[in-house]
Design a protein around this ligand. Sequence first.
Ligand code: SF4
Length: 259
Amino acid sequence: MGVRVIRKSVRRALSRSNLPGVDFTINPYTGCTHGCIYCYARSYCQKEVGENWGSVVIVKENIPEVLGKELRRRPSGRVVLSTMTDPYQPLEKEEELTRRILEILLINGCKVGIQTKSDLVLRDMDLLSQNLNLVDVGFTITMLDKDFARKIEPYAPSPQRRIRALERLSDEGVRTWIFMGPVIPGVDEKEIEEIVEIAGKTSSSLYYDKFRVKGFMKSGFVAEMAEKAAKTDWKELSQRINKICEKYGVKAIPAFGNV
Ligand code: SF4
């Protein structure tokens, strides 16, 4: 898939956040070439990026320098990379914005949470393993079926690659978590249990969130998913997830308050 890269300078790096446990977020990029068909971020960014989700990405090229200046004011709290893009999407291999941001945050003693679908995060193992008291890393894992994953998260690394990276980080002593979100409507309960089991084996917590129907989900497969989501009893599903987590001794956390 061809990707159009737009380079921009920004005036701000840190954004305040109301998400539980998150004080600030940093998004080094706008847009994400993983191109998940359900991604909500497309509703909250520039039109050109949102309408061409997955094929246009803005690279915020001066964001590490801007962050460095902002940190002189010593803001305190946990910073999450990222909520509106994947900080380890393929472009990061050359751009290294996430790595530079991570270095600056850690030198300044900031707590950092990373959320990704990519095993490229392993490239920064040196920074992570030297700062075990400051960092945590979460992988979004919505399902285990490779073919289904390819259909809805077309350009993201397979769930199996994410799991291997999660195990590696956990083995190195990095605090880890899994984000099962959105819970895919109709996903097999057996698969949910397998994901929880992986969380148990890697001592990871499990955040989860229901599938939220958005205005752009009007056609194609995502529309079918939205239709199923509207018919799902989320409260009941949430109780089942909590029960499975209890069975495996996994801490279950509904991601954005109660579902
Ligand atoms: S990886 Fe995350 S940010 Fe990127 S398209 Fe998928 S859901 Fe959106």
